[in-house]
Design a binder for this molecule. Structure first.
Ligand code: TYC
Length: 106
């Protein structure tokens, strides 16, 4: 049995209704983890550089992570979130800071 809808056009042609299978992409939260060694200014720089935040917003998020232990710095489709996590981790490593970044489904 077919659940597709067939429509007879005025010229006699029978056509099938289009059923686009478009779904919104699953979103992921990118999360920064607090530690005792990464300098606050470095975290603020990371948030500005990779998450395009203003200085004031970056300071707010950094302080939130610093006091709560972790915090969301952005929400993105999977591949963009993966890229952000990789960029942050590489940049932290290059600068010899133990900053950790991860992602989780919304
Ligand atoms: N806790 C760090 C400090 O006091 C600052 C910091 C904030 C580190 C957020 C990591 O994700 C982090 N220097």
């Amino acid at each position: 049995m077919s659940d597709s809808k067939e429509i007879q056009r005025s010229d006699g042609l029978v056509v099938e209704e289009a059923k686009p299978k478009l779904k919104r992409p699953q979103l992921f939260r990118v999360i920064l983890i607090n530690d005792d060694y990464t300098p606050m200014e470095f975290v603020v720089m990371v948030l500005q550089r990779f998450f395009r935040l203003t200085h004031d917003d970056a300071v707010q998020i950094m302080l939130n992570v610093h006091t709560k232990g972790s915090g969301v710095c952005g929400v993105y489709p999977c591949e963009i979130a993966q890229t952000k996590v990789r960029e942050v981790m590489n940049f932290a490593k290059e600068n010899e800071h133990p900053l950790q970044c991860t992602m989780e489904p919304e």
